[in-house]
Write a protein that binds this ligand. Structure first.
Ligand code: BES
Ligand code: MN
Ligand code: ZN
Length: 498
């Protein structure tokens, strides 16, 4: 899709369709009202007859509107004016886009970006409109042999801003929105691909692709023999049960001077989580193909950062392995030595994420990081705590935690902080090793993060548990691309303040 911004009057748009908002009950938005006057009250007449109440998500497509230069006018219900917040705005845009796409308008000028959304400026509304549009047009068809081509799909979308002064900001918003949306798209694709295709090797190939034709980006991949040699006993203890070779993938992006400390992203990349010898129950086990959702998100974010050519240094590390039961798999009770030298008693082989992550988190010390942020579908417990709306955030550094919470708020990709106070640490005590990989009952997400905290003492660190947010269940089952918007926003803000 081609996006652009302009500033003009609705009646002057020579296009296939213009899109206008109507609040509940039957109240025209300012732009719609202005247009209605020129159309001799055509729209207000129709509303009076009861064709559109203005409820959130209602639509009405009109043809032959008097004095309009556009072929059609699409009215979109915006709900109650006072209740218009982020989520309402997103659903208004997405309803408009799907309707345009299904009703043969190949081009449209959209005035919904002029709606008043609580606390949001034009730039935010344009950026979110691009992301919401891409969100509603996304489909994963690459593994279906029969796909129906759209008859006359929407190709060109023009967002209107109130004044010409907002045009250059609007253009910047489109660039950012497209980069984030493509990052989200990559993350969704990777999460949706099954475990037999999206293997650790496949993830490595994707990372190598990101470095192609770009002087600023280099990718390197360590194989199991090298990881063993280095002493990554925790990582290997997971990967050894699988015939798919595990990989530690590193992408370095140099957008700033060499002496600027990098932001480091680490992703959990379990390409399939059976639970290992502590085998998971069968129900919905297919969904464990998305246990590399953290990796998908850091790869998507990296792609967006490269596309925006941001003036920061970024290191992205993906800990990619498959968690399988086999004769070579770790047993409950096995004790392994991590790269940090600390020993771990594996009480449950299904708590594998922290095992691959702890070695990756020790490994990244060598980059002398400014901050390290790991992203992982780490615990089912985070779904109990926060459901599927909010990612869990845990951190050893208050300013970093606040920056990430703010980025999530700004990107409409929210996180909420949980504590990792010292008093939880005793839940990881082991009689036989330095620590167990499993906490005693209660606070499962916190004890998982407390485990990781033992490997991140040398730098400022935050952990995002996205087990609830990286994947959607139900009819629209699939990857969400979260938290690419949050992470990208954090890095954009960092770049702006550098
Ligand atoms: N990948 C799972 C966590 C998960 C659960 C992600 C549901 C997405 C949806 C993780 O490896 C796991 O199995 N965690 C265990 C930890 C437990 C054994 C301490 C869990 O949450 O049950
Ligand atoms: Mn598991
Ligand atoms: Zn897992």
């Amino acid at each position: 899709m081609e996006y652009s911004v302009k500033s003009g009057n609705p009646e002057k748009q020579r296009t296939a369709c213009i899109v206008l908002g109507v609040f509940e009950p039957r109240k025209l938005t300012a732009t719609a009202e202005q247009f209605d006057k020129i159309a001799d009250g055509f729209i207000s007449n129709i509303l009076r007859r009861g064709d559109l109440e203005g409820k959130l998500g209602q639509v009405l497509l009109l043809h032959h509107v008097p004095n309009a230069l556009s072929d059609r006018v699409l009215l979109v219900g915006c709900g109650k004016e006072r209740e218009l917040g982020d989520t309402q705005y997103q659903s208004i845009i997405s309803k408009a886009i799907t309707t345009l796409n299904e009703t043969g308008s190949m081009e449209a000028v959209c005035f919904l970006t002029e709606l008043n959304v609580k606390g949001r400026d034009s730039q935010w509304k344009v950026k979110q409109a691009v992301q919401a549009s891409e969100e509603s047009l996304y489909s994963f068809n690459q593994l279906k042999t029969k796909s129906e081509p759209e008859r006359r799909p929407l190709r060109k979308l023009i967002f209107n801003v109130p004044t010409r002064r907002e045009l250059s900001e609007g253009e910047e918003a489109i660039k950012q929105g497209e980069a984030v949306a493509r990052g989200v798209g990559l993350a969704k694709d990777l999460a949706n691909l099954p475990g037999n295709i999206c293997t650790p090797t496949y993830l490595a190939e994707q990372a190598i692709k990101l470095a192609e034709d770009n002087q600023k980006v280099t990718t390197s991949v360590l194989d199991e023999a090298e990881l063993k040699e280095m002493g990554m006993g925790a990582f290997i203890s997971v990967s050894q049960g699988s015939d798919e070779p595990g990989k530690l993938i590193t992408i370095e992006y140099k957008g700033a001077d060499a002496d600027v400390k990098p932001i480091v992203l680490v992703g959990k990349g379990i390409t399939f989580d059976t639970g290992g010898i502590s085998l998971k129950p069968g129900a919905a086990m297919d969904e464990m193909k998305f246990d590399m959702g953290g990796s998908a998100a850091v790869l998507g974010t990296t792609q967006a950062v490269i596309e925006m050519d941001l003036p920061i240094n970024l290191v992205t590390v993906v800990a990619a392995a498959e968690n399988m039961p086999s004769a070579k798999a770790s047993r409950p009770g096995d004790i392994v030595t991590s790269l940090s030298g600390q020993t771990i008693e594996i009480l449950n082989t299904d708590a594998e994420g922290r095992l691959v992550l702890c070695d990756a988190l020790t490994y990244v010390e060598k980059f002398d990081p400014d901050v390290v942020i790991d992203v992982a579908t780490l615990t089912g417990a985070i779904i109990v705590a926060l459901g599927h709306k909010t990612s869990g955030l845990m951190s050893n550094h208050n300013p970093l935690a606040h920056d990430l919470l703010n980025a999530g708020e700004l990107a409409a990709d929210k996180a909420w902080r949980l504590p990792i106070w010292e008093e939880y640490q005793e839940q990881l005590d082991s009689n036989f090793a330095d620590m167990a990989n499993l906490g005693t009952a209660g606070a499962g997400s916190i004890t998982a993060a407390c485990f990781l905290a033992r490997y991140t003492r040398k730098y400022q660190w935050a952990h995002l548990d996205v087990a609830g947010t990286a994947w959607k269940k139900g009819k629209a089952k699939g990857g969400t691309g979260r938290p690419v918007p949050l992470l990208t926003q954090y890095i954009i803000s960092r770049a702006a303040n550098s």
